[in-house]
Design a binder for this molecule. Structure first.
Ligand code: UFG
Length: 347
């Protein structure tokens, strides 16, 4: 395979993006990060540089800005694109649908138009298991499970983006597409230099939980206790973010080797479900503290139970998750403490 491959990573200062940049560098590739820090912080770039012990290439650009992005494409000859840059909060998308459609669709369109113009043949898209909605019969979803009507504008943008990519591959361009449908990424880099950085009050379970453990938030509410699951709480497929980052490297390597034009879809999860209570109990064990939590009402729109059939990721990309849920929670807790200790203005 070609040495010194340049990979454009939009949203490369974000949670999954920054971990992917680390693994791309570890695998000998040269990521070019484009991000405008609207949902991140320059200190994440510094954290990446601490881990890899080298400078990274970074451009502070809004991915929706076609002219600014064209300049980036003119400067580097990209071998592939990993497109993360998007808004991702389900609840916010219900309040601000136009903001979500505008940003998530336009950023993809800009990347694709430039991929076509500059003949970049490998395109990896950051998709989500949200496209499956509430699974009808079994909680285990394969890539063939039906894509159901999205229950949020955020979910709809992921479906629309997948459709745009599929249509593009049918239109005579030379772009090969891999959509990775992630389940629930959690954890942080084991060094503690990078991790999830929710702006404001977190929506997702893990940052809410670690901030409660750190005393920043008072109490975690477990949304619902009467689901049809073993302990009554929702079940998800929680995957360590560094495993997810590895999947992107495997995905890029796989794309580079393929001939022809196609639109491929692969689930990225562990294949195991864990309940909210299991997460809390594991956290209490690894952090060695008692978490302040209570049961509350169900959260609107929550799926009861969903986890991945991850066999295609293994057979196609030769990828499987290596880290445990305990590793992920320990790393998330380490990150939470390190970040709070090293900065005074992060509360
Ligand atoms: N939960 C709580 N309390 C909280 C936060 C979450 O009990 O304060 C529960 C939720 O009810 C759910 C589980 O923790 O059962 C996980 O919730 P998250 O918000 O962390 O994750 P979701 O599964 O709701 O969302 C994730 C991604 C979305 C994606 C969605 C698809 O964050 O991007 O999966 O199902 F769209």
């Amino acid at each position: 395979m070609k040495q010194n491959m340049h990979i454009l990573v939009t949203g490369g200062a974000g949670y999954i993006g920054s971990h992917t940049v680390v693994e791309l560098i570890n695998s000998g590739k040269i990521p070019v990060i484009v991000d405008d820090f609207r949902n991140s912080d320059p200190r994440i770039i510094k954290g990446v540089e601490e881990i890899v012990q080298q400078k990274v290439i970074f451009k502070k650009v809004d991915v929706c800005d076609l002219n600014a992005m064209r300049k980036v494409f003119e400067e580097y000859s990209f071998d592939g694109i990993i497109h993360f840059a998007a808004y991702k909060a389900v609840g916010e998308s219900v309040q601000e649908p136009l903001m979500y459609y505008n940003n998530n669709l336009n950023s993809l369109l800009v990347c694709l138009m430039l991929a076509k113009e500059f003949e970049v043949k490998n395109f990896l898209f950051s998709s989500s298991c949200t496209v499956y909605g509430e699974p009808e019969s079994s909680p285990v979803v394969t890539e063939e499970s039906p894509v159901l009507e999205a229950n949020s504008p955020y979910g709809a943008t992921k479906q629309m983006c997948e459709r745009i990519l599929a249509d593009t591959t049918k239109s005579g361009t030379n772009i090969k597409v891999l959509n990775l449908r992630y389940f629930n990424p959690i954890g942080a880099h084991h060094s503690g230099f990078i991790g999830e950085l929710p702006i404001g009050r977190p929506n997702n379970l893990l940052p809410y939980l670690t901030q409660t453990g750190a005393g920043i938030l008072e109490e975690l509410t477990v949304f619902g206790s009467d689901y049809n699951t073993d302990d009554g709480t929702c079940v998800r497929d929680y995957i360590h973010v560094s495993d997810l980052a590895d999947a992107h490297v495997k995905g890029v390597d796989w794309l580079m080797k393929q001939e022809g034009v196609f639109n491929e879809v692969v689930n990225i999860g562990t294949g195991h479900g864990a309940s909210v209570l299991e997460i809390i109990h594991t956290f209490e064990k690894v952090a060695n503290l008692k978490l302040n939590w209570k049961f509350g009402e169900r959260r609107a729109g929550d799926v009861e139970k969903i986890y991945a059939d991850a066999s295609k990721a293994k057979s196609l990309l030769n990828w499987t998750a290596n880290r445990t849920m305990e590793d992920a929670i320990r790393d998330a807790w380490n990150w939470e403490q390190k970040w709070r200790n090293e900065t005074t203005d992060n509360h």
